[in-house]
Design a protein around this ligand. Sequence first.
Ligand code: SAM
Length: 210
Amino acid sequence: MSSPQAIWERYAAKYAPRRAVNAAGATTWLNWTQYPDHGPDETVLGDLRGRRVLELGSGAGANLAHLAALGAVCTGIDIAPSRAELARQTWGHLGGLEFATADAVDYLAGTNTSFDIVYSIFGAVWFIDPEVLFPLVRRRMSDGGVFAFSQPPAAPQENKADQVVQQRHLPVRQWTEQLAAASFSEIKAETVDAPEPGKTGTVLIYARAA
Ligand SMILES: C[S@@+](CC[C@H](N)C(=O)[O-])C[C@H]1O[C@@H](n2cnc3c(N)ncnc32)[C@H](O)[C@@H]1O
């Protein structure tokens, strides 16, 4: 049976680079949804300058690069080793950001660093049991910090019990309960409609570590 790391490395091999410039002419930007030039921007995360930021499942690093460009001190972790390598090559010149290869649970359990902002975009949060992950995230966050994540809305669970990587298609109510149980407050959830009718929207959830 393949390991989660091997599965995500195979996924990484199919990666198509993001455009160099978006519709607004920017060279870095943050995209919460699966559609280009669509949805809310980084303001959901609050003040960024000087803030310590962690992205869980940072992929090729394009979203984190935007936050570094805005003055945040950024760490991106991804389970697939080629992602950190590519992210460093592509975005290392910006400074203020580092990328590491790690499983999100292992990283959070092992680090002593405290973060002001933790976020995930269709990333590790979508694939880890929130009962395990959320308390670990909370423990590594400074009081008043923001935890935010996006993924597809709830859908019938298609995972098989023995599936190595399981998607967590939870209803908003369940995400909210898990966040509250892990001592997050001011929990907000919004559904961002797809740019075209009939396509899947995006759920964006954010909460305060307080
Ligand atoms: C669908 S991709 C999204 C990547 C990136 N956030 C983006 O928006 O382009 C999911 C990413 O999460 C990473 N990932 C999945 N499970 C993980 C885990 N347990 N720990 C760390 N990274 C994980 C994968 O390797 C992959 O790069």
